[in-house]
Design a binder for this molecule. Sequence first.
Ligand code: ATP
Ligand code: MG
Length: 229
Amino acid sequence: GTHGESVSLSVENMTFSYPEQPVAALRDISLTLTPGEKVALLGRTGCGKSTLMQLITRAWDPQQGRIMLNGVPLTQFDEATLRASMSVVGQRVHVFSATLRDNLRIADDAADDYALTRVLQQVGLEKLLNDAGLNAWLGEGGRPLSGGEQRRLGIARALLHRAPLLLLDEPTEGLDADTEQQILRLILEHCHDKTLLLITHRLHGLSLFDRIAVMDDGKIIEQGTHDAL
Ligand code: ATP
Ligand code: MG
């Protein structure tokens, strides 16, 4: 299995159209992340960033090309192995109608209260512990979370999930610039031996990444280090 080890991710000449859509959302995408590499995926709204991430999680299969983890096509993995191989935080974080504890433990059902409290402090959500601790009720009928708090909850889950590949879709969206820097550093620290693909349309903090890939209109139009671009 890939759990706990570094993985490579490679997307090869991939083209994808959504069902019933005449125009391809992704066109001839090739992108390789070596084990432990940190790549920021940049591009304006609607260019296909989230779509690419969804194909990497196998929410859809491409019409052409393929995606591989450690050289093995995604189509050869069973669902459980695939889920254990990647930590995914989508653009919208789902808050379950459940306790704060259970909202975190979906990422790691072996995490104890000490570990959960620590991760809440790391992402700046310790305030949520004030009323009922980890028993605080979230979601429907519970404490509403702001957009920024939802992002932080997503990041907390990503930090708890110990998969070797992290896929984060705009994890710092809606956070102020200082918090964004702090959270980016936290993510990169957590990922030191993991492979990371992080989607953003912000330019802050890009120098922290090994490489930047820029998308436009369904294609990757540029790739390189921060200094080179
Ligand atoms: P943003 O920065 O706003 O999140 P994005 O780069 O993530 O944008 P995508 O969400 O990947 O962009 O969308 C790429 C294109 O695919 C857009 O034209 C969008 O309208 C279209 N699209 C996204 N989801 C679907 C869907 N489920 N069915 C059909 N078209 C879709
Ligand atoms: Mg998106």
